[in-house]
Design a protein around this ligand. Structure first.
Ligand SMILES: [Zn+2]
Ligand SMILES: [Zn+2]
Length: 282
């Protein structure tokens, strides 16, 4: 049983709901031994015009300056979690950097402000485009173009490389309505291979994100095919995270994620403490 969750959002994240006390209680109840808190920082949040729902307390009007407050609250939550954790649970204060290159000086400023023990990198929206989460509201977007841009951006993020694990590589696919799914998803195989190869070369980790399993997608992000490919291309480091935004989702489906990694040929997953990977047998 895998007891390591390396992707959890507290209520400091604009789309997070869970108070830190509830997160720690849930982690302990599930017997977790390692918990990385990874609240959002978006270097360049999607333009507010694209936020069609205001169901998450101000994300609607997200502006960059807001993130200084978010990161301060996130750090305070992390410190509190460490107090509450007790001996059996290691808490690492991490961060999820969204579109880190869109405003690199701001990203570097945020990273310099705190000593994050674990850094995820991700891309939720292409520059000047809505978060893929809102895709259903934008039927006019050419998904082939947007996905080409998405994977190009991920490659550039890996080239930059100042993070530990690349989060939910297939994020847009979570949100593409079935009637708009491009017929040739193999179109991106070469781009994905290039991303995986570069991760491996740089000694960076690939995240297996289990959120898709509980959100109706039925697969992790990325899925077995891509995780296996990472192994074939020399990848050694994998992190697994629930991407929980609710306390009850902390630790969700970690064992399924671990089983997938085993099937892909991995014998270890990495957990990060002070930015260093510690291998744990799975
Ligand atoms: Zn994310
Ligand atoms: Zn996340």
């Amino acid at each position: 049983m895998l007891n390591i969750d390396q992707h959890v959002h507290t209520n400091a994240s604009p789309d997070g709901r869970a108070p830190i006390e509830a997160i720690v209680a849930s982690a302990k109840a599930k017997g977790l031994t390692h918990l990385a808190l990874t609240d959002h920082y978006e270097s360049m949040p999607a333009d507010p015009q694209f936020f069609v729902h205001d169901n998450n307390k101000g994300w609607f009007a997200a502006a960059q300056d807001r993130y200084h407050t978010v990161m301060r609250d996130a750090w305070e939550n992390g410190e509190r979690a460490k107090q509450l954790a007790g001996e059996d649970l290691t808490v690492v204060i991490g961060i999820e950097l969204g579109s880190p290159l869109d405003d690199l000086p701001r990203t570097e400023e945020i990273l310099a402000a705190h000593d994050y023990g674990f850094i995820l990198a991700s891309q939720h929206n292409n520059t000047a485009r809505p978060d893929f989460y809102y895709l259903q509201h934008f039927p006019e977007l050419d998904l082939l173009v947007e996905l080409d841009r998405y994977f190009d951006a991920l490659y550039e993020i890996v080239q930059w490389g100042k993070f530990h694990s690349l989060a939910h590589l297939t994020y847009p696919f979570r949100y593409i309505p079935s009637d708009r799914m491009p017929p040739h998803t193999r179109r991106w195989d070469e781009q994905i291979d290039a991303i995986l190869r570069l991760l491996a070369e740089k000694g960076l980790a690939l995240e297996v994100n289990t959120a898709g399993l509980r959100k109706g997608l039925g697969v992790t992000s990325p899925d077995l095919t891509i995780v296996r490919r990472f192994k074939q291309l020399g990848g050694e480091l994998i992190t697994i995270g629930s991407d929980a935004h609710l306390a009850e989702d902390v630790g969700a489906d970690l064992e399924q994620g671990a089983a997938l990694c085993r099937e892909a040929g991995f014998r270890y997953v990495a957990r990060y403490v002070d930015g260093k990977p510690i291998l744990t047998a799975i």
